[in-house]
Design a protein around this ligand. Structure first.
Ligand code: AMP
Ligand code: GLY
Length: 424
């Protein structure tokens, strides 16, 4: 089977790594891919949001499955584009329909979905420019801290936690004023939840589901969870505090109502629901957010723990076999540490020579932001450059293997957190 994977980050390298191990996969194409995926399949230079061009490529190259890594093509409706095209409608696109992707594409949509389906989440209200004054009053009467969220996709920057009223009112006006472009046309204001976060990844066909390994990622740039938010600086799977008892509560109160809600509301969803959770200090479990895809860097720890054939799992979603397909998960824990460019998530330089990857032992290296020059040398090309993943029965040992290998790889300005897992 020929498979086309969309995306170019560490998540997609981890997807590619698993897809090519499948007995079904005879040829993997990655659009646009990166130097890591180039060693596993054929990178093609087609834009992930040019659905016409992707459709042509699929037909010309006998692609029989499309796997979507990032959220943008899903929110833009790639699933529906294929379904509504006579020549393409028989080709499965792994990911939700456009309306399903609104679970991530619109905070207001996802909050209303949770409210309708009795799924525990922070109390909230939504405002637009026409209700700006009501919003300012709402903030004035709210407890602190207070959380403001731009409704739409804002490259992970659309959530601001404010610790005083004036700051929150200024931020609110800036969001509605276009600070995050159209993403801020609507603003969700919600109560702050105090606790520890973790994520579950649910493979679903919209009716049945399988729960993939859990993970915790570390979003802040600085050690001790300080400084600016990033895409994620490291991850651990499973987070040791997530007991079976906790997962039973999550399944009953959050996962089941989510899948039943999709079904009740006739939302076509054949993909991953990523549920970001807060385990509150009060012991409650609430949803922080939904995403319509796998996480990055969570995929770099979740997939290496899945022993089953990933293509079998994906195909079961399209063949009504999800309830019977086997999901085998390794007993080993996985950890990943991101090597980032100095300055990230603010300004950073590109094009630094990466060396000594070949010194890495007992770990997987996934490419997040790398490129090759004409001479074949590997250079940095993004804020997050590489993810170093290790597996071990003991998560602390896995972390020290990730750390030792993170130290070996060299490039100018290399930065990484040495404290991933510090709070576990
Ligand atoms: P989101 O894009 O909704 O996941 O928000 C990004 C990050 O902001 C989350 O991973 C949390 O760390 C934090 N966050 C979002 N909403 C809340 C909340 N209501 N209470 C506390 N932290 C939050
Ligand atoms: N690591 C967070 C995300 O993928 O959204």
């Amino acid at each position: 089977m020929h498979i086309l994977l969309l995306g170019s980050g560490g998540r997609e390298h981890a997807f590619a790594h698993k897809l090519i191990q499948s007995k079904h996969c005879t040829q993997l194409y990655i659009a646009p891919g990166n130097p890591g995926t180039a060693s596993l399949g054929k990178n093609i230079s087609v834009s992930i949001n040019d659905f016409e061009a992707l459709g042509q490529f699929v037909l010309q190259n006998n692609v029989e499955l499309v796997v979507v890594g990032p959220e943008a093509p899903l929110v833009n409706g790639i699933y529906d584009f294929f379904l509504n095209n006579d020549a393409l409608k028989h080709i499965p696109v792994f990911g939700p329909s456009q309306i399903g992707a609104q679970l991530e594409g619109s905070k207001a949509f996802s909050k209303a979905f949770m409210l309708r389906n009795n799924i525990p989440t922070a109390a909230y209200a939504e405002f637009t420019t026409s209700t700006l004054d009501e919003g300012l009053t709402y903030i004035k009467n709210h407890t602190l801290p207070i959380v403001l969220k731009a409704d739409g996709l804002a490259a992970g920057k659309g959530v601001v936690i404010c610790s005083n009223i004036t700051e929150a009112q200024v931020e609110f006006k800036e969001m509605l004023g276009g600070k995050f472009g159209n993403a801020g046309n609507k603003v969700v204001i919600e109560e702050f939840m105090d606790g520890i976060e973790f994520s579950v990844f649910v493979l679903t066909d919209g009716v049945d589901y399988k729960i993939l390994p859990t993970a915790k990622d570390y979003k802040r740039i600085g050690e001790g969870d300080t400084g600016l938010n990033t895409g994620g600086m490291g991850a651990v799977s499973p987070p040791p505090f997530v007991t079976n008892e906790i997962m039973q509560v999550v399944e009953q109160t959050i996962i089941k109502p989510t899948i039943q809600g999709l079904q009740k509301e006739n939302i076509t969803y054949k993909g991953i629901v990523y549920i970001g959770l807060m385990y509150l200090k009060t012991g409650e479990l609430k949803v922080v957010e939904y995403n319509c895809r796998m996480g990055d860097p969570e995929t770099e720890v979740v997939f290496p723990r899945i022993e089953s054939d990933l293509v079998d799992l994906i195909l079961s979603v399209f063949n009504h076999q999800l309830s019977t397909v086997e999901l085998k998960i390794s007993n080993k824990a996985a950890t990943t540490i991101i090597l980032a460019s100095g300055g990230y998530p603010e300004n950073y330089e590109h094009g630094k020579l990466i060396s000594d990857i070949e010194e890495v032992t007992d770990a997987l290296v996934f490419h997040c932001g790398t490129k090759q020059n004409e001479q074949g040398a590997l250079l940095t090309s993004g804020g997050r450059v590489l993810a170093v993943t290790a597996l071990h029965e003991n998560w602390k040992t896995a972390l020290s293997i990730s750390n030792q290998n993170a130290a070996k790889i060299q490039f100018e300005g290399k930065y990484y957190r040495r404290d991933i897992g510090f709070d576990l």
